[in-house]
Design a protein around this ligand. Sequence first.
Ligand code: ADP
Ligand code: NG1
Ligand code: MG
Length: 476
Amino acid sequence: MSRNGNECRGMELEERVPILQPDEKLLKRLNTLANHFQSKYSIQPSFFVRVPGRVNLIGEHIDYCGYSVCPMAIEQDVLVAVAPSKGNDIRLTNVDPKYIDFQCNIENISVCIGDTNDGPDWYKYFLCGVKGALEVIPKECLPGGILAAVWGNISPNSGLSSSSALVSAAVLLTVHVSQHQLPKRKLATISANAERYIGTQGGGMDQAIAFLGKAGSAMLIEFNPLRGTDVTLPETAVFVIAHSQACHNKASTTDYNLRVAECRLAAQMIAKKRNKPWERVQRLIDVQESLGVSLDEMVSVVTTELHEEPYTMSEISRNLDTTNEKLKEISLLRSFRDSQTFKLKQRALHVYNEAARVVEFRRTSVENTIMEEEKVRQLGKLMSNSHASLYELYECSHPSLDSLVDKAMACGALGARLTGAGWGGCIVAIVTKDKVTEFVDALKKEIVRCGIKDGFKLDDLVFPTEPNQGAAIYTI
Ligand code: ADP
Ligand code: NG1
Ligand code: MG
């Protein structure tokens, strides 16, 4: 209920998040969650939200450069049971006891970061979402207190976007509890901005697919303006996710933001060298657009204009005719020390080639002159090339990911790559439908042979996946 008890509706006529009745399988999980909610708050939840994780099929580390990506929503999700409450408190509990209960005043949300080496406390992701939503909900609709119980089954810190499912769920439930309505694309944008409060300068892919995801097709996500177009995958292709048993919390290191900064600096250096106003350039797509050339031509531009050796901040400032201080301001480098070095050529080469692979992946998927089997082989090749580039040029892989990619190929995959930000987490492999069972069994055998770490279960380490539906609201 809103503070003044009114119903508040947005004006947009765009597609909204559906309000659905759960199927039998989901109902069982919602009942378990409702029981947990009831045991903590002594009332029944008023509604539930479900937000899925995602697997990115191709287009890694290019969303924040402005380029399109091709993810699909997965079956695994974050569920939240919600009820409005009197007073001004947000109360949070989690079915998984490793995530401790939390409570704070809704008017005094603090998401200060830098908690531990393992990353921010779990509830901060939730608070980011609430904070982001409160910024856009009209004053007269603002909620009082919120009671929430969370239950997720997306393997965390693994590149399947558990963080964005949690942030996006918090945005959605805050908007819904306020009886406000917003279209999916607006919710995705609010969630992408909200998650940046956690400290990572993400590009918006995860929150976009969390809301726009559709059962049955992957999606080409384009940015500025945000747009989702269905990508029908070949009938005979199946995507299998496998976990490397190495986890990495993105907000626990500066790795991710350093890559974002390197791409920005590469774009600015190229702009300057080609006599374009570099201060106005933020993303690699901006410089491509200002030069008016193709992705292939950008690869040549990078090869000519940037050198292999890492750049120092002073070298970049000198080239841009500015000072380190001004550069830090314009290029958002305040979190880096003056001694930080930046690999510009390698990162830009990855981005332009990966953007071209996304175009090719989509073209191949929808092409009907290519035989099905050949299609899957071509998609696999693009995925394997993507992994090689992430390993070599982007340096965001992990020995466990590389070895899992090798295992997947040896077990019969037609292509495999890390998915998500990397530095640990999952791979996605493409196999033909008739070989899935054989492939999953063989890969599981290999994993068992090499050893399963504490805390992992074999069945959660390898599983086929298919495109799932995006966020929804449920009542029971
Ligand atoms: P991912 O690749 O899964 O998005 P991130 O490093 O971005 O990984 O963030 C994952 C973080 O999200 C976890 O460390 C945890 O704080 C939070 N999180 C994920 N799933 C849950 C959950 N089910 N319950 C509570 N917090 C969760
Ligand atoms: P993960 O860490 O896998 O959720 C991150 C970013 C994406 C994108 C990928 C790399 C966030 C929330 N997500 O995904 O925007 O840049 O890395 O392609 O920052
Ligand atoms: Mg994440």
